[in-house]
Design a binder for this molecule. Structure first.
Ligand code: ATP
Ligand code: MG
Length: 306
């Protein structure tokens, strides 16, 4: 910790916070995640050992891992700093008057490239590391100003997963219907990699719309919202996208997990095939999205509270 200078907070999650830090010995700016756990030393060391697989997780679509350590009952996890932040913050809360007539929040070629990055990242995790992500959602898909897309927070450590006890489904669930059903019946492992495919579909819709596809304010309570995810018609992209894009999303959001395509099939879908050799100004779009974000006056929670 004495090698680290904290530069500011990047965000807070359910289990801790993420700081932007400067690592003096290497001169690298990093993101450092602090996870508070009430665990004994041997369990904490087990987590650090399990996290070590991350050194093998070298892929253009995975956030680079620099190392982890524990202090008292906290795990600190250092990773590549992504200077455009997570997808939720890039398009979230954009009002329609921030857009020109007929302009899409995320033009299709950009949406396509982001989707392709996510799917390739997930395929890498599955094929090379034999793990499923388990927590695909917009806050866990990061971008940088170069326009690169990378995944973070995947389920690499069984012990860490167990300790976080993600039993709290919450009011913004990206869990597939079969997972929600399983959790409600206390069957923790009734889901497979196809559940991550559902979460991809939902995350892409959120990115394109700028808001969570099952808006809490349209439901009487969380139970009604979860019932809609399990039994209701799946959400769709906003207007303005091609049939291929709509078909891709519909295939990801099928209720029957066995009917959802594999990553290999998704990469061969016409929606993603069109990404090959396409000339897309990703850096330009990120810049534009960050400018729009700066104009949004999101009042920090701390100020709301006071
Ligand atoms: P949850 O606690 O449910 O996983 P979360 O993903 O939002 O939710 P964290 O993983 O703690 O919570 O991350 C908090 C925020 O920090 C994220 O929403 C993201 O915007 C930001 N963040 C995380 N990692 C990085 C990173 N490597 N570079 C830049 N920003 C990051
Ligand atoms: Mg996260």
């Amino acid at each position: 910790m004495d090698e680290i200078e904290v530069l500011g907070e990047l965000g807070k999650g359910n289990y801790g916070s993420v700081q932007k830090v400067f690592h003096r010995p290497t001169g690298v700016t990093m993101a450092m995640k602090e996870i508070r756990l009430e665990l004994d030393e041997s369990k904490l060391n087990g987590i650090i050992m399990e996290l070590d697989i991350l050194h093998r997780a070298a892929s253009p679509e995975i956030v680079e891992f620099y190392g982890a350590f524990t202090i008292e009952s906290c795990v600190y996890y250092c990773m590549e700093f992504m200077d455009a932040g997570s997808l939720d913050k890039l398009t979230g809360q954009t009002s329609s008057d921030a857009l020109a007539e007929g302009e899409l929040l995320v033009p299709e070629p950009v949406l396509r490239r982001i989707t392709a990055g996510i799917v390739r990242g997930l395929r890498f995790l599955k094929d090379e590391l034999q793990i499923m992500h388990r927590d695909v959602k917009p806050t866990n898909v990061l971008m940088n100003r170069k326009g690169e897309v990378k995944l973070c927070d995947f389920g690499v450590s069984g012990q860490l997963e167990k300790s976080l006890a993600k039993t709290n489904i919450g009011c913004q669930s990206y869990m597939a219907p079969e997972r929600i059903k399983g959790e409600s019946q206390n069957q923790v492992s009734t889901y497979t990699v196809a559940s991550d495919v559902w979460s991809v579909g939902l995350s892409i819709i959120e990115l394109a719309k700028g808001c969570y596809p099952y808006p809490p304010e349209t439901f009487a309570n969380v139970f009604a919202q979860l019932t809609a995810i399990v039994n209701g018609a799946p959400p769709t992209l906003p207007e303005g996208y091609s049939d291929d894009a709509n078909d891709f999303i519909a295939k990801c959001l099928q209720k029957d997990p066995n009917a959802r395509p594999t990553y290999g099939e998704l990469l061969k879908h016409p929606f993603l095939l069109a990404d090959k050799d396409a000339d897309v100004d990703m850096a330009g779009w990120v810049e534009h999205a960050l400018e729009r974000q700066a104009k949004r006056s999101i009042v920090p929670l701390a100020e709301v509270a006071s």
